[in-house]
Ligand binder design. Structure first.
Ligand code: ARG
Length: 462
């Protein structure tokens, strides 16, 4: 196919260079937004008298036809086209003739691709926020059923203090809520239209950038034409927000993997969300959680690719920037895939409260409460801490627990101990009495879940 820019050249492009240069294989997915951008541009050209209203109308109708045929599959992408922009324009011209050749007046592919990418990613962000809300709702739903399920909370993966499963899950709820906020921020900052920036230096035509910005749902036009065509920080910001989101998801995935092991057995995955081994018949593997954990690395890689690609590029457009798409599309695709698979896996898992409770009963997670008991009776905390440490050492040596020690033994360590120590170190009490703001006590966690439900739009249909 003859290049639109062939005029200046005396030779055909080398076939290898043609393939190397082409981006249609990965930017074809932007065809809808490309056509939308072109329609807005054509309407503006017509309105400002840069082209005739009749030509603008013909272009719009032609573009509608192309959109329809691409949607239905009647029209296939030409793999030899240089990119989606060239493909649509060439197709338009072959359909409507001269008016098609007027579409690119006062426009460059540099502002065209920049506007396409922003439009495309804006929609993807909305979809990801929707998926995050669904995951958040699942977290809230599961948590609500387990607000009294005491489990060990860990530091250093050592049993530390009692929490509840709901409290633990709600922690992830807040992470996902912040992820939504980050994505909304990205969207806010990127929602300005580069259309009309031209190749880099604007244009002498009397274009109306406000009009196209408004027609495409942007908050306004970008302020500087050089910046408008050469900025890709929104891709980097998006990949960064997605990396943080994947980091959160990878932590929950890691916990799911641990919880499914016989060493923990805190949850059991539904058969539909686990996989077997080709040799070990007893295996039930948490592949979904492991893959999410693994795919986190891909998204970090996409972020790094974007950052490295943009580093030190002089203004304005450079062909390097064509590499933005595969990276940011991969990040977006990966996140959508992970979110939509993870949520039903979590929703259908069986929570084994008894095993959580049994784990909480071992490992002296009520030791802090034992020390607090003494402190509340007037013993300075550091002294109470020491006495409790000695008691724990004694229990470890005797193979027993704080709950099982007779009062007479307690008294050998401190005569402040009385019968009420057993109530103070009772596991349920230890969890439920932690009523400090944000702690695991049932009422407080229920309050958190209400707030989270509001953020995730419970009951709303996405
Ligand atoms: N396919 C190109 C890209 O994705 C479109 C912009 C081409 N601009 C240019 N001056 N060659 O970056």
């Amino acid at each position: 196919m003859a290049k639109m820019w062939a005029g200046r050249f005396s030779k055909e492009t080398d076939p290898g260079v043609n393939d190397f240069n082409s981006s249609i294989a990965f930017d074809a997915r932007m065809y809808r937004v490309d056509i939308r951008g072109s329609m807005a541009h054509a309407a503006m050209l017509g309105k400002t008298g840069i082209i005739s209203e009749a030509d603008a109308e013909t272009i719009t109708e032609g573009l509608k036809g192309i959109l329809h045929d691409l949607d239905s599959g009647a029209l296939a992408f030409d793999p030899n086209a240089e990119d989606i922009h060239m493909f649509v324009e060439a197709e338009l011209t072959s359909r409507i003739g001269d008016p098609g050749k007027r579409l690119h007046t006062a426009r460059s592919r540099n502002d065209q691709v920049a506007v396409d990418l922003r439009l495309y990613l804006r929609e993807e962000i909305d979809e990801i926020i929707g998926l995050l809300k669904t995951l958040g709702q699942t977290v809230v739903e599961v948590a609500r059923e387990h607000t009294s399920a005491v489990m060990p909370g860990y530091t250093h993966l050592q049993r530390a203090q009692p929490v509840t499963f709901a409290h633990h899950l709600a922690a992830y709820g807040w992470m996902f809520a912040r992820d939504i906020g980050r994505l909304e921020d990205v969207k806010k900052r990127m929602n300005y239209s580069p259309l009309g920036c031209g190749a880099l230096a604007g244009t002498t035509y009397p274009i109306d950038r406000q009009m196209t910005a408004e027609a495409l749902g942007f908050d306004g036009p970008t302020e500087n034409s050089l910046d408008g065509v050469s900025d890709r920080d929104y891709c980097i910001e998006l990949a960064s927000a997605l990396s943080i989101l994947m980091m959160h998801l990878s932590r929950l995935s890691e916990e799911v993997v641990l919880w499914c092991s016989w060493e923990f057995k805190f949850i059991e995955l539904d058969d539909a969300f686990a996989t077997g081994s080709s040799i070990m018949t007893q295996k039930k593997n948490p592949d979904v959680a492991e893959l999410v954990r693994g795919k986190t690395g891909r998204v970090y890689g996409d972020l790094m690719a974007l950052l490295s690609m943009m580093k030190s590029l002089p203004l304005a457009y450079n062909k390097d920037m064509q590499e933005d798409k595969e990276a940011v599309f991969d990040a977006v695709d990966t996140v959508k895939l992970c979110l939509s698979t993870f949520a039903p896996m979590l929703k259908t898992a069986t929570v084994l409260e008894g095993n959580m409770r049994a784990a909480a009963a071992k490992g002296f997670i009520n030791a802090t409460d034992c020390a607090d008991y003494l402190t509340k009776k007037g013993v300075p905390f550091r002294d109470a801490y020491k006495v409790t440490g000695q008691l724990v050492g004694y229990c470890v040596e005797k193979g027993t627990t704080l709950e099982e020690l007779p009062l007479s033994v307690y008294k050998q360590f401190s005569d402040v101990f009385e019968e009420d120590v057993y109530a103070a170190i009772d596991l349920n009490a230890c969890a439920m009495n932690r009523r400090s703001y944000g702690g695991p006590a049932e009422e407080g966690v229920k309050g958190q879940l209400e707030k989270l439900a509001a953020i995730f739009g419970e009951g709303e249909t996405e």
